[in-house]
Write a protein that binds this ligand. Structure first.
Ligand code: WTA
Length: 663
């Protein structure tokens, strides 16, 4: 089960002896202390009820967890609340209207400061606008926006009305957007004319035009924010945000919804080509993201300046830009652009400008900073920082140490947080005032959370042992189902260890001799590229949808910067196959570029293969299953492993000797 690449990583990890206790002084002021673990273990329901009471409930709940219909959980089911009121109104009502909610930094250098009182007005206006468009609680809204304040306002306005939002990452293609809109049957799409990316204004609405074209689209309206001034064609469905929203009243009286009311759907890659619509509901989700944001980042409302660098198109943006921090009355930085626009010190300039104290990013970003060199952060003060976080993929010890030394200046605890779109909130992580951290380990489940590492038979392994990561007890922010496909929900997560009733996370993991957890990456056909989940099948389907491709196999190969890189092996057909045989290098290179662009068009630029190799055959078992393990060996330029189960054992020789590679 553990791949070669993981085995290599393991050798490296288990020589890791370094351990860093919380800095002196940090532990004394920490929000959570060690006693929380025991308290949560003693009475989980009481512990989670206490966390839920961080929120304002219009109708208090009487029951904490109902697991009688497992694997469908109900948390706080008879309580009623409004997520938007919890993130905005209640802070204003408590006298914090003048506190800054969002320091927004645009990529071209423009900025906006939004207080909680202003955020309340904006969200209320947007809610009134959505109502004017005829939307009602339960309807779905697709949000396809860059990192601008309207993205957050839109999500909160949906929550306020009981509309279920489905945010689609602005880097996804029109095709990806179209299928997500169709699956959720979204009535409204919120987008922008364009977005700034690496200093350039790129069109965005055009992709929406393609995605909603045709009579069968469920979309009734497209609401368009003017961001770049790029030309946008306007049709019958299109309305400018500034025309509709700005003229609305800033008063809006919220309704309250059941704790189990659907809050959002977020699509994520699974092992098949079709993305899964992960469904999250309101009360349990908000409870866990608020609790974990407080506990893991030691967040102090009114004092800290928090910055999570994720995009709201991913779950990290949902939970740790929108719902967790705002429920906790954070003052946060939201940055629109890339870390090197206009220069490679942009993040550190922003940290100094706003005195950021908590910074949360992904290992791939840290490795990019490493590549740019430590001289860049060395030019900045960075003395406001006190907690550093990491999420999205395993962080290698080298990156962890670099982060600690060059960004945290040896002073800031690092929290490596393991979780998933499906878990909704952080599950495994150090507590910054409690845990002695080891570079590269997510350490142990948070108080109130339970996880285990089990073997193929579902039996727990001991210290020093490795296997599959499972979650053996329900948690408040857990996904409730896959939108429109409950059977897939059961199959994907609950069938592997059905007997034990465990949730199968799809990650390999290992305990070290002290019982700390080390995550080892996916055990399925899901790749992790720069912290983004992309399935091999999804990319394969995109490739074979090109007329010149007869067959394709895709693997994730270890990549120094992005964690994994996408490597595709394709068998060509027709003219392209003939041209490849003739050995015209220029034509072959042009064709590979075309295939890479084709994948970008079908899925999005993040899914573009790093490399495409043209082959005559693919290695298959006698039952016809592609042996990706062998392709991974080729992609990582290792000697090819055991080929005895191949139907034709000479195939690997042909592949290794006759490669036409490019990209
Ligand atoms: C991986 C992102 C190791 C893991 C929040 C998981 C991690 C997948 C970590 C979920 C971490 C995330 N250490 N691996 N700290 N965090 N992962 O749904 O493979 O985009 O299953 O959620 O990312 O990715 P997703």
């Amino acid at each position: 089960m553990v791949h070669n690449q993981q085995a290599a990583a393991l050798d490296n990890l288990f020589t890791e002896q370094r351990s860093f206790p919380p800095p002196p002084g940090f532990a004394e002021q920490a929000n959570v202390t060690a006693e929380a673990y025991q308290r949560a273990d003693d009475d989980r329901d009481a512990f989670w009820a206490e966390q839920a009471n961080r929120l304002d409930w219009q109708t208090p709940f009487s029951q904490v967890l109902d697991w009688s219909d497992a694997p469908h959980a109900k948390w706080f089911a008879d309580g009623k609340l409004n997520a938007s009121v919890n993130c905005v109104d209640r802070h204003v009502d408590a006298g914090h209207g003048d506190q800054v909610a969002i320091h927004w930094e645009g990529e071209p250098g423009d900025s906006r400061t939004i207080t909680y009182a202003e955020l309340k007005d904006e969200v209320s206006k947007a809610a009134n606008a959505f109502t004017e468009l005829g939307l009602k609680a339960g309807d779905r809204v697709a949000i396809y926006l860059p990192m601008i304040p309207e993205a957050i306002v839109s999500m909160l306005a949906c929550a306020r009305l009981g509309l279920t939002h489905s945010v689609v990452f602005g880097g996804f293609s029109s095709e990806a957007l179209r299928s997500r809109i169709a699956d959720a049957e979204a009535k409204l799409v919120i987008t922008a004319d364009g977005q700034f990316r690496r200093g350039k204004a790129m069109p965005l609405k055009r992709a929406v035009d393609e995605a909603v074209a045709g009579d069968d689209s469920p979309v009734e309206n497209v609401l368009v924010v003017r961001r770049t001034g790029i030309d946008a064609d306007f049709g019958d469905k299109d309305i400018w945000w500034h025309e509709l929203v700005q003229r609305q009243s800033a008063e809006h009286t919220p309704e309250f919804f059941d704790a189990e009311h659907p809050l959002f759907i977020l699509y994520t890659s699974g092992t098949t080509g079709k993305p899964k619509g992960i469904l999250h509901t309101t009360g349990g989700y908000l409870t866990q993201v608020a609790y974990t944001h407080d506990a893991v980042f030691d967040h102090k409302a009114g004092q800290d300046v928090y910055w999570c660098t994720a995009d709201i198109g991913w779950v990290t943006g949902h939970s740790y830009i929108v719902y967790g921090p705002l429920a906790n009355r954070a003052t946060q930085v939201v940055y629109e652009g890339t870390p090197n626009s206009p220069h490679e010190g942009r993040h550190w300039e922003i940290v100094d400008k706003y005195k950021v104290s908590i910074y949360y990013t992904a290992p791939t970003t840290i490795r990019t900073f490493m590549k740019w060199g430590k001289d860049i952060p060395a030019r900045y003060q960075l003395d406001s920082l006190r907690v550093l976080g990491s999420v999205g993929e395993p962080i290698n010890p080298e990156a962890w140490m670099w982060y600690r030394e060059n960004i945290g200046r040896g002073r800031c605890p690092i929290v490596d947080t393991w979780w998933q779109t499906e878990t909704g909130g952080i599950m495994i992580s150090p507590l910054p005032g409690v845990t002695d951290t080891k570079p590269g380990s997510a350490m142990r489940p948070l108080p109130g959370i339970s996880a285990a590492i089990v073997g193929d038979d579902g039996q727990p392994v001991g210290n020093g042992g490795g296997g599959y990561l499972v979650l053996d007890k329900p948690w408040p922010a857990m996904l409730r189902t896959i939108w429109g496909d409950d059977e897939r929900f059961r199959d994907t997560y609950w069938s592997r260890f059905a007997e034990q009733g465990y949730y199968f996370a799809g990650d390999g993991a290992k305990y070290d001799d002290d019982g700390a957890i080390w995550l080892l990456g996916r055990v399925d056909d899901v790749m992790n590229v720069s912290g983004h989940r992309i399935s091999t099948t999804e990319v394969e389907s995109a490739l074979v949808s090109h007329p010149s491709v007869a067959e394709a196999a895709v693997v994730g190969a270890t990549d120094e910067t992005t964690g994994q890189g996408i490597v595709a092996f394709v068998i060509l057909r027709g003219e392209a196959a003939a041209a490849a045989k003739e050995g015209d290098d220029d034509a072959a290179a042009a064709h590979i570029t075309e295939l890479r662009n084709h994948v970008a068009k079908e899925i999005g630029p993040i899914a573009k293969p790093r490399q495409i190799m043209v082959v005559a055959e693919l290695p298959k078992t006698r039952s016809g299953k592609i042996m990706r393990r062998l392709l991974r060996d080729v992609a990582e330029q290792r000697p090819v492993g055991d080929v005895t189960t191949l139907a034709d054992s000479t195939v690997m020789d042909q592949i290794s000797s006759g490669l036409t590679s490019g990209g």
